[in-house]
Design a protein around this ligand. Structure first.
Ligand SMILES: O=C(O)C1=C[C@@H](OP(=O)(O)O)[C@@H](O)[C@H](O)C1
Ligand SMILES: C=C(OP(=O)(O)O)C(=O)O
Length: 417
């Protein structure tokens, strides 16, 4: 069975920003249309970018101005971490006053390393007492300089600064002290290159971006590898075969590495030129520990199916997952315990023991990935329901329909929506 997985959230939002900062018209093919990307698109429209959708949202055409925004605006980031971390640096390169806010959860997510860095570059920012949203940027253009940024809570701070860096008046050199989610930084650098401004890497790993102009261009957006993880995991636990076209060995997304974790559980994995296929081969093999710090959006996919393995599974390096849409370690552990599964947690880890899940309602905590991960387990465990199935709209509004269509023999167990 082939599944059409919608576009990457991370690529769509980076491309929107790069196209808005470029001079001229760019076309994004197959963008993700979901809460996070619509929030990002609408925020950029408010900041003065013209964005028009082609028929069926198959393309988004973005006309950028080649510089930061002008005039001032209220920017609603909704629940999108990428909006809160990528848009304030862009705004700071323009002129005018920009007021940023978001959902209660986004207000609670840390921003201080980014706002401190912007201040160090001369930006005038007022923030909530914790250093985050709501915040106001009183922009008058931004100088570059040399900075060391703490990326141990989120890589998005670095990505936000780098994306805006060519619009600064002088070169910016960034060093990192601690970095999680490294592949997302690589994704940022790859897309900056695609839009014509490469960063230079020094011998000590410092990244330098010189003032320059992004070039308007076309981009085909890959399917979202984090979203694909649910379909790969579902194949592994149902003994089915699933192929995701458009995600092959040249993918820019680190989360495709999730399939190598599935391979360790015994699934057969083929990463081809232009597609990836996972085939379930029988009961899952556990009994190992895995560092998922680079691909933490997918740890829930593995943790949720871990009760079906023949031995415990430990996932570690994921302390920063406590700072996302929910405290994901506690959310996964709480739900597995409600299903009767034995779980141990630490600041940056979770161990899940084998067991037979009993019927229960999963608390989604308004976190799309909790809803999607436990929907996969539900294919194999009757009586699992979700308290908020609709929260999947953050990245995949059509998730439940797609999962049922791909796994018809197990759809009877899929959570009611
Ligand atoms: O840059 C990005 O697009 C993202 C980076 C990651 O966040 P952190 O760097 O905060 O781990 C990831 O979890 C998020 O879904 C998207
Ligand atoms: C962490 C996530 O999103 P963001 O940080 O972009 O809100 C996610 O999509 O799992």
């Amino acid at each position: 069975m082939k599944v059409t997985v919608p576009g990457s959230k991370s690529i769509t939002n980076r491309a929107l920003l790069l196209a808005a900062a470029a001079d001229g018209r760019s076309t994004l093919h197959a963008p993700l249309v979901s809460d996070d990307t619509v929030a990002f698109r609408d925020a950029l429209t408010g900041l003065g970018t013209t964005i028009t959708a082609g028929p069926g949202d198959a393309t988004w055409e973005v006309t950028g101005t080649g510089r930061g925004p002008a005039g001032g605006h209220r920017v609603r980031c909704a629940d999108a971490g990428t909006a809160a971390r990528f848009l304030p640096p862009f705004a700071a390169t323009g002129t005018g006053s920009y007021a940023f806010d978001g959902s209660d959860r986004l207000r609670a997510r840390p921003l201080r390393p980014l706002t401190d860095a912007l201040r160090a570059l001369g930006a005038r920012i007022t923030t909530a007492p914790g250093g985050g949203l709501p915040l106001t940027v009183d922009a008058a253009g931004l100088d570059g300089g040399e900075l060391t940024l703490d990326g141990s809570l989120s890589s998005q701070y670095l990505s936000g600064l780098l994306l805006a860096a060519p619009l600064l008046r002088t070169p910016l050199t960034l060093r990192t002290a601690g970095l999680v989610s490294r592949p997302y930084l690589d994704l940022t650098l790859a897309l900056m290159r695609h839009f014509g401004v490469p960063a230079e890497t020094g011998p000590d790993g410092a990244l330098t971006v010189r003032p320059g102009r992004y070039r308007a261009t076309d981009l085909h957006i890959e399917p979202d590898a984090s979203t694909a993880s649910y379909f790969f995991a579902a194949a592994a636990v149902t003994g089915s075969r699933i192929t995701v076209p458009g995600l092959g060995r040249h993918s820019l997304q680190g989360d495709l590495r999730f399939v190598t974790a599935l391979r360790r559980t015994g699934a057969a994995v083929e990463i081809g030129e232009h597609a990836t296929t996972v085939t379930g081969t029988g009961p899952l093999r556990g009994g190992f520990a895995l560092d998922m710090g680079d691909i933490s959006d997918t740890f829930m996919t593995l943790a949720a199916i871990a009760p079906l393995a023949d031995a415990p599974l430990t996932l570690h390096g994921i302390g920063h997952a406590r700072l996302k849409e929910s405290d994901r370690i506690d959310a996964v552990a709480g739900n597995l315990r409600a299903l009767g599964i034995t779980v141990e947690t630490g600041p940056d880890r979770i161990t899940v023991h084998p067991g037979t899940p009993r019927p229960a309602t999963v608390a989604c905590h308004r976190d799309h990935r909790i809803a999607m991960a436990f929907s996969v387990l539900a294919l194999r465990a009757p009586g699992i329901t979700l308290d908020d199935p609709g929260c999947v709209s953050k990245t995949f509004p059509g998730f439940h329909t797609a999962l049922r269509r791909c796994f018809p023999a197990h759809a009877a167990h899929a959570p009611a929506v």
